[in-house]
Ligand binder design. Structure first.
Ligand code: DC
Length: 211
């Protein structure tokens, strides 16, 4: 069997990693999984079913019963779902339940691009190419604010605070914290347009694949 081609793309909220991951998947003919959606779906199901986000046992059990259609639930892209996701994502029980799902997705031919926080370090340590995408917090907050203000009235300072809190929680947790893998290329998109960032990501990945 030909091994699947896997590409890991990690980084903090609103770094551009989702857009880059989608474009990279198209370029290499791979499937794409936004792994943040898994954590967002678990948080949203817990909220709906009266499970406290802090309840590691119940949230972990709920995560074992996630089905693909749960990723299409309404409201998963909201700031509230992102906050909830960051809380349930700190539970080892939730991470363990979602690990198998992510690996199964990646292993199916022809392979996949996964974006998240721990893809290069934990989920796919043997990925053929790894990127860690970042940008200054105020630039990321401005991007997210523009996106969110298309559908509702939201203050920039609330978006910035939300991003800073989420970054801190995602980087500080003891289980699979957000971190650049030792063998990942760093891409700082602070001063880049998304078109430039995608082009630079492709250049870095081509360099890895041609080694
Ligand atoms: O990428 P995102 O904003 O949709 O992710 C939402 C939250 O999910 C994020 O704050 C932390 C968590 N997450 C994680 O812990 N590990 C991943 N691989 C992806 C997301």
């Amino acid at each position: 069997m030909t091994p699947s081609l896997t590409i890991a793309i990690d980084g903090p909220a609103a770094s551009g990693k989702g857009t880059i991951a989608r474009q990279v998947a198209l370029r290499y003919g791979l499937r794409h999984l936004d792994t943040g959606l898994l954590y967002r779906a678990v948080a949203s199901l817990c909220a709906e079913e009266g499970i406290a986000l802090e309840d590691a046992v119940a949230a972990g059990e709920r995560a074992t019963r996630l089905v693909p259609s749960d990723l299409e639930r309404e409201g998963l892209r909201s700031a509230a779902a992102g906050r909830g996701a960051s809380v349930v994502a700190a539970h080892p029980s939730v991470r363990a339940a979602l690990l198998r799902w992510q690996r199964d997705f990646a292993e199916k031919a022809p392979g996949a691009v996964l974006d998240g926080r721990d893809i290069g370090t934990v989920v796919l340590p043997d990925a053929r190419a790894k990127l860690f995408i970042t940008a200054d917090p105020d630039v990321r907050a401005a991007r997210r604010w523009r996106e969110l203000s298309e559908t509702r009235n939201i203050a920039y300072r609330d978006v910035l605070r939300d991003i800073e809190e989420r970054d801190a929680r995602d980087a500080a947790r003891s289980n699979a914290p957000m971190r650049q893998a030792d063998d990942a290329d760093l891409l700082d998109t602070t001063d880049m347009t998304i078109t430039d960032a995608v082009a630079e990501a492709a250049r870095l990945i081509d360099g890895r694949l041609n080694r």
